[in-house]
Design a protein around this ligand. Sequence first.
Ligand code: AQP
Length: 340
Amino acid sequence: MTEAVHTRRVFSGIKPSGGLTLGNYLGAIKRFVDMQSADFETIYCVVDMHAITVWQDPAALRHATRELVAAYVASGIDPEQSVLFNQSQVSAHAELGWVFNCVARVGWMNRMTQFKDKAGKNAEAVSLGLYAYPSLMAADILTYHATHVPVGEDQKQHVELTRDIAAKFNHDFKVPDFFPQPEPIIDGPATRVMNLRDGSKKMSKSGASDMERINLTDDAALIVKKFKKAKSDSEPLPDSVEGLKDRPEARNLVEIYAALDNSTPEAVIAEYAGAQWGRFKPALADLAVARLEPITNEMSRLMQDPAEIDRILAKGADKANAIAQPILDKTYDIIGFVRR
Ligand code: AQP
């Protein structure tokens, strides 16, 4: 049983593991919106089953799930045009995830740098789910036969593992091309937005200090304050992007500006060469407020009606299931599971 030609289908997801950051927006959501208008079938997920790899308060998880849907829609994801749903409502993810736990090798998992970063010195005490996370992510992608996966730089290794899992399954069961080889799409100036207080660390929802990230729920005054206090250095902006090479904080702020402005670091440097931080930071803060404030306002409007958000998720889950279940059924047939 083979399926050599795959529809151009995009799948990606975000964990509802806390408030969303500017990193999630620029590295993921904004790019998901861009792909929606291109020549793709687009499937966007709230990956709540990934969120619980670290303990989540149930009420906070429900809130973060709905808030993420509000962020998707407020940023321009159209639930009619894209499939928008939460992972736990489509059981194919968990079922194929188990199959892939039996395909992936322990040695492959041991190489995942995100697990090492997240588990730190505490690897014996973290959940088994955190360790198996990449094989569930492979299932998220492959249960739709997705061909393109827009992600931030930090997820590249997981998409590569997905390709390995797909290839091993196809090989082991002699079904060449059954699962496609999905392409990670990592483009634009902000594939890795860094922490505002330490340019060597990525901006994360779960980072220790609120001042190190911009949240999509921050108001204008707080955004201005956070950029004002963002770590920079004592030099003015250089006159070429090469001059940002050993200046991680400066480079981060320039890249954030470029991504918010739909331009490039080169264009930003051309405009601000020689500028002091006292000029650049307020301009960056104004741009961030102009771009984010309409999204934040629309998110809070949508959050007034959680029942409508739940309806969007239920409808999206039905559409997602209609694609995923036949692929899971075929997978089960290939494996040799007896089905009714
Ligand atoms: N700082 C970032 N820069 C660019 N892209 C980023 N992404 C996350 N942080 C940045 C991208 O957002 C998508 C969803 O990520 P996720 O929420 O599923 O997982 P994550 O990468 O673990 O995000 P966080 O914010 O760091 O969450 P916590 O703190 O809960 O672990 C992905 O495409 C990711 O690349």
